[in-house]
Ligand binder design. Sequence first.
Ligand code: GSH
Length: 205
Amino acid sequence: MKQKLKLYFAPSACSLAPHIALREAVMEFNLEKVDIRAGKTASGENYGDINPLGYVPALQLPDGSILTEAVAILLYIADQKPEIGLAPEPKTATRYQLYRWLTFISSEIHKGFGPLFNPALPEEQKNMTIERLKKRFAFIDKYLEGRTWLVGDSFTIADIYMFVCLSWTNHMQIDLSPWKNIQSFLTRVGERSAVREALAAEQQP
Ligand SMILES: N[C@@H](CCC(=O)N[C@@H](CS)C(=O)NCC(=O)O)C(=O)O
């Protein structure tokens, strides 16, 4: 029997990206909150049975199988509803630009923030990590000059993923004021109803 999609998430983590994408694509899904430290989900599942690596996101598919890795999940969602346009058509030049941005976000931005989530990170390493990120912010800001979205002229899953990762600058108190294009990009994405709804849903107890 086909099951409803189930997204395993932790509030404001990278799982917010597939969460927003599910809402943008107007798909039916259930949300299951994960306590990453405890390794348990809100309904008492052992999260290690879902993702042995213990991190979010994970998406349970209609056949009951589990898909992990943010990029794979985002592409899965976009490809279920091609008419929404969250990813360009396969084999087109813009599709490869999408892969380029998803890879960049995953390896340079998402994982670039990683060390900053460790409260025990020594000050010197913290500063080095922030400097490295700032170099990438300058690159993104320049790219966004005169552009609305990252890939072609349409809003895609790359914009969603970028929005989620760059929003962590708030929690880290990294000042984005030198990068006006990034600031307006974040405002533009943040105003979308799917984004607002996802953020509100993740704050529910
Ligand atoms: N390679 C994974 C990394 C996911 C990841 O870093 N998840 C974070 C939240 S943004 C997490 O759950 N961290 C807890 C942990 O690693 O134990 C992906 O791209 O989906």
